[in-house]
Design a protein around this ligand. Structure first.
Ligand code: ADP
Ligand code: FRU
Length: 308
């Protein structure tokens, strides 16, 4: 059986309203559509990985409320393994996002609640049988010290196995306020940095962002920056800037764009491509193709057309 790709981070419930026009404060309007969806970067990435044909596992924490039951059903539907997740029974509430999707331009406005959410701890992580994995991806959650500890644990494991059996690691640095993530650039093999993060650190373009931030990365690693409608860039061990344009989705008349989870989809497609030994350029292009296609559909289900 093929080795798994593990994604560590958040699963939350996305409660989505699709609006004709972006609401004014204190207004009352009817929405075009309303639905619940799995959310959280790690949950989204693990489900897309599975749709693309990977053996995918999600590692995170669950509460015991109805939102948690909903999420467990979703993971089952997408065939994502959750056997190592930890359930908290002491009254914590599943994080939720109220999401407003604007049908005019596909923008997504996210109002997230995840107060006091217990994250996966190194002691949970260290119980995993690491021989089962070929790639482990971390969402850059607020528990930065714990993420570093888990990545170091994988480094130590990698020293004990043959080159072919080593686990490749990746880390997504997205949220601008998680300053502890600034110190984690040298802890993973692949770094995904977001447009917001790059801008918040004073860089104006994706090219400038990866060039300047690559100095903080460890030897042999690569840094990737997706940038919405402008596609994505990357810099690897060759020190050359690689880029891919965005691929606009094909929309039928009256169909809406939906950019929610485009970045999580990009990460999944990139990781899958690299885990198969494809080049940095191929992975960037595949990431942009799959993410662009996602922008032209409701949710992610249609992405199984990219399955290999
Ligand atoms: P997010 O805001 O969800 O984190 P990004 O805006 O960084 O994601 O976009 C991730 C990828 O999704 C981009 O690199 C691009 O390939 C694709 N993408 C995003 N928005 C669009 C769009 N409007 N048209 C085509 N592709 C897009
Ligand atoms: C999309 C997403 C949503 C979630 C929010 C959390 O990238 O993971 O599914 O509500 O971000 O910040």
């Amino acid at each position: 059986m093929s080795k798994r790709i593990l994604v560590v981070g958040l699963a939350c419930a996305d409660i989505i309203s699709v609006v004709q026009d972006y609401p004014e404060e204190d207004s009352d309007q009817r929405v075009l559509d309303y639905y619940w969806q799995r959310g959280g970067n790690a949950a989204n990435t693990s489900c897309v990985l599975s749709l693309l044909g990977a053996r995918s596992e999600f590692l995170g924490t669950f509460a015991t409320d109805r939102e948690a039951e909903f999420l467990k059903e979703v993971f089952q539907k997408y065939n994502v393994i959750t056997e190592n997740c930890v359930t908290y029974t002491d009254g914590v509430k599943t994080p939720t996002s109220i999401v407003i999707t604007n049908s005019k331009n596909g923008s997504r406005t996210i109002l997230h609640h995840g107060k006091n959410w217990p994250e996966i701890k190194p002691e949970h992580f260290k119980n995993l049988d690491l021989t089962q994995y070929k790639w482990i991806h971390f969402e850059g959650r607020p528990s930065c010290d714990d993420i570093k500890d888990m990545l170091l644990w994988i480094d130590e494991y990698n020293k004990t196995v043959d080159k072919d059996a080593r686990i490749r690691t990746s880390l997504e640095i997205e949220k601008t306020t998680r300053i502890g993530l600034d110190n984690l650039f040298n802890t993973a093999d692949t770094l995904f940095v977001s447009k917001d993060y790059v801008k918040s650190r004073g860089y104006n373009t994706k090219e400038e962002g990866v060039q300047k931030l690559s100095v903080k990365c460890r030897e042999g690693s690569e840094i990737i920056c997706p940038w919405g409608e402008e596609g994505a860039v990357a810099m690897g061990t060759d020190g050359i800037l690689h880029s891919s344009p965005a691929f606009s989705p094909k929309l039928s008349p009256g169909q809406n764009m939906e950019t929610l989870a485009a970045g999580d989809t990009f990460n999944a497609a990139f990781i899958l491509s690299r885990s198969k030994g494809q080049s940095l350029n191929e992975a960037l292009t595949f990431g942009c193709q799959v993410a662009g296609s996602k922008c032209g559909m409701k949710g992610i289900d249609g992405l199984d057309t990219f399955k290999s």
